[in-house]
Design a protein around this ligand. Structure first.
Ligand SMILES: Cc1ncc(COP(=O)(O)O)c(C=O)c1O
Length: 350
């Protein structure tokens, strides 16, 4: 039986072509700024995102944390979504290590920050209040369903931020998915932010790494925090080579993942008891399963060779490099055959 792994786009493995460029990468000590391949990736990423400079980091989590630390001072408040990855899944690093206060506001179903709550969260200058240091957005938005913030959504936040002289950081772990879904250059979306993190190790298919982009001055500061966080990686050109390959060859391919997510969603929607929550915009498919305890559903699917997660009371499927149309069709067929077992299981309290 073929295992179809839909847990995350982080499970992608580097292709033989990617491994080859990694093996042949020209290397140096990146802490000294001497790895030519890292330098090339950073220049390329900065140019693509329309920023002055970029920094290769170990992970999305490290990129977001270095960004928050570089933008803010201890005791500052960071305005971000209640459903954001940074708030929920990054181990509270910004508070634990940076002394930052997370000021969470409601996300709407599309991943936008509620504009009223965001406005109210911005502190006026007053000795009693913590200072507002940053607004943090997520594009695409993971927990909201891989939803896309458009240029218009981002422009509205930029306007508000400018009124209060606040910087904006985008957790753009999947910002290339957003750009591909909207058919715009990624720089159209990143133009509204002071800094952006994007992940190489998700749909772009690299084994390790993310890139933080911003102004030259900001990246110089973030580079110090990267070192503090243990992210000075020496001959990191091995990883950067994969990143360069991905930016050149793997971005447009994301459209196939989106197409496969739509095919999965259409198939799932026809199965009684399954409700899409919401219909996918990119490569994440969330759905609810009536009649099943979700842990039991995940277990039963795993026994039938389809790996997935229960995220926040819904099942999440992620399409990615290595998952073909036939795989999602087969995964849907396996759900179809598993579903009827749900009601008796629930009655038995399993
Ligand atoms: C939206 C979002 N931001 C940040 C991250 C963190 O990335 P990493 O796992 O590389 O730390 C993830 C990882 O899944 C993510 O989905």
């Amino acid at each position: 039986m073929k295992i179809i792994d839909l847990r995350s786009d982080t499970v992608t493995l580097p292709s033989p072509e990617m491994r080859k460029v990694m093996a042949n990468a020209e290397l140096g000590d990146d802490v000294f700024g001497e790895d030519p391949t890292v330098n090339r990736l950073q220049e390329m990423a900065a140019e693509l995102l329309g920023k002055e400079a970029a920094l290769l980091v170990t992970s999305g989590t490290q990129g977001n944390l270095a960004a928050l630390l570089a933008h803010c001072r201890r005791g500052d408040e960071v305005i971000l979504g209640k459903l954001s990855h940074t708030l929920n899944f990054e181990v509270g690093g910004a508070s634990a290590l940076g002394g930052l206060i997370m000021k969470a506001v409601r996300n709407d179903s599309n991943g936008r920050l509620d504009s009223g709550e965001m406005r109210a969260a911005i502190r006026p200058p007053d000795d009693h209040f913590a200072r507002t240091g940053l607004i943090c957005l997520e594009n695409t938005h993971n927990l909201c369903g891989g939803t896309v913030l458009t240029a218009e959504d981002l422009a509205a936040v930029r306007d508000l931020a400018d009124q209060h002289d606040l910087p904006i950081h985008i957790d753009g772990a999947r910002v290339f998915n957003a750009a591909v879904a909207l058919h715009v250059p990624v720089s159209r979306l990143t133009a509204f932010a002071d800094s952006v993190t994007f992940c190489l190790s998700k749909g772009l298919g690299c084994p390790v790494g993310s890139v933080l982009c911003g102004s030259r001055e900001f990246i110089a500061e973030a580079r110090r925090y990267r070192k503090m966080l243990g992210g000075g990686m020496r001959q990191a050109g091995v990883l950067a080579a994969a990143g360069i390959y991905a930016l050149e060859n793997m971005v447009e391919r994301l459209a196939e993942d989106h197409q496969n997510a739509r095919i999965a969603a259409e198939g799932l929607a026809e199965i009684p008891g399954i409700t899409l929550a919401p219909p996918p915009q990119t490569n994440l498919v969330y759905f609810t399963v009536e009649g099943w305890d979700l842990a039991a559903f995940v277990r039963r699917m795993s026994e039938s060779g389809v790996l997935c997660f229960d995220e926040g009371g819904r099942i999440r499927w992620v399409t990615h490099f290595g998952i073909e149309r036939a795989d999602v069709e087969e995964a849907v067929a396996r759900v179809q055959s598993v579903m009827p077992a749900g009601l008796p299981l629930r009655r038995a309290g399993v």
